[in-house]
Design a binder for this molecule. Structure first.
Ligand code: EPU
Length: 339
């Protein structure tokens, strides 16, 4: 039974912990409710927004429309082969719970994505990534409800058009689909991905010589807990900006001026820069203005120390963008959805 509520505070539904009110709010607990919502006609001509764990969203004011909170549950193995398994998870499941479930079943693939905040349904929207792995690497398909027609649609990996923190759900299909469930193809003979950052170092510190997927997950959790703010304590939405991609010519100019600058070669010849490094080099790391700030351990993460407003955060973000553009001639694009 659909229960559309009026004037609902959104603070508990986003990891930034910022006050904002939705004029209307509805929780979707299963496919029938999603279809019912479309068929009821309430979405026609009405501003609406689908949210999951609220870990990649910043409200800069009240939302004068309907917020649709996807809260369905369930994780199940849908197919099992000698080397792999297809696992379907409901969009409303907490992402890290899926990672833990997979590890308990002895299935590998998602361990490097341990502790990424948010729910399963948001994962494909921005193709979440961390420590050398992106969701698309283990993605099989997803099921969604078309918010105009109420019909179910299955998207294959190609149809999702995944890119770096990008997919069709941020572009042509933005706001048009409600993702219900995501299916992953996980491995029964996992190949561990240990080359990124400090994973090997952390495993050594844990005194682990022959790591299993659970050990890699634990190492990643330790690295993240040490470097990234816990949204339950300090409001944040993970990386606020994307790492910018520049031409190789631009990168060479920057390397000549700043020999220590981290650059990552891309398959198409372009270069990815570390936004955290650019921001830190402009002097912003640990900066605080009222309750809006730049995390002292990772300059890519903007934080709410308590009572910052969405406008406070976005104003700070704008100043950071201006100073990075001034100093390096590089435009930082926001990763977080601004509403
Ligand atoms: N760096 C600095 N100063 C900083 C932060 C980073 O100099 O304040 C340097 C680091 O020393 C390193 C480089 O920048 O040389 C890259 O840093 P790091 O490995 O911490 O990763 P990142 O590029 O800053 C990306 C993702 C994170 C993900 C990490 C680890 C994006 C936008 N962010 O950050 O994802 O956890 O890699 O894989 O791609 C997220 O999307 O919310 C997120 C946290």
């Amino acid at each position: 039974m659909l229960n559309i509520l009026e004037n609902v505070g959104l603070k508990p539904y986003t990891t930034f912990g910022i006050e904002a009110t939705a004029r209307q709010f509805v929780e979707i607990k299963n496919q029938e409710e999603a279809v019912q919502l479309v068929e009821s006609g309430v979405l026609r001509d009405k501003l609406h927004l689908v949210i999951g764990g609220g870990s990649n969203i910043l409200f800069t004011g009240d939302f004068d429309g309907l917020v649709i909170h996807v809260a369905n549950r369930g994780i199940r193995m849908v197919e099992s082969a000698p080397d792999s398994a297809l696992v379907e998870a409901a969009a409303g499941e907490v992402w890290h719970d899926l990672v833990s479930w997979a590890i308990k079943q002895g299935l590998g693939g998602l361990e490097n994505l341990s502790l990424v905040p948010g729910n399963v349904g948001a994962g494909p929207v921005q193709n979440i990534g961390a420590y050398g792995v992106e969701l698309k690497d283990y993605f099989h398909s997803l099921r969604a409800i078309d918010l105009e027609t109420g019909s179910e649609k299955v998207f294959t990996k190609d149809e999702c058009r995944f890119g770096y923190r990008d997919s069709i759900f941020k572009r042509a299909l933005k706001g048009k689909m409600l993702i219900l469930a995501v299916t992953f193809c996980l491995s029964k003979t996992p190949v561990l991905r240990l080359d990124y950052g400090a994973i090997r170092q952390e495993l050594e510190a844990m005194n682990i010589k022959e790591p299993a997927v659970a050990d890699v997950s634990e190492a990643i959790c330790r690295i993240r807990r040490n470097k990234l703010p816990d949204p339950a304590v300090t409001g944040n939405a993970g990386s606020f900006f994307k790492n910018p991609v520049v031409s190789s010519g631009k990168a060479e100019t920057l390397i000549a001026g700043y020999p220590g600058i981290p650059v990552y070669h891309q398959p198409d010849g372009s270069m990815k820069l570390a936004a955290g490094w650019l921001i830190e080099t402009c002097g912003w790391k640990g900066y605080r203005e009222g309750d809006a700030g730049v995390h002292p351990k990772q300059a890519l993460v903007l934080v709410n120390y308590g009572n910052a407003t969405g406008i406070d955060i976005i104003t700070l973000a704008g100043k950071i963008q201006d100073s990075v553009l001034d100093k390096f001639g590089v435009k930082l694009e926001m990763e977080v959805n601004i509403v």
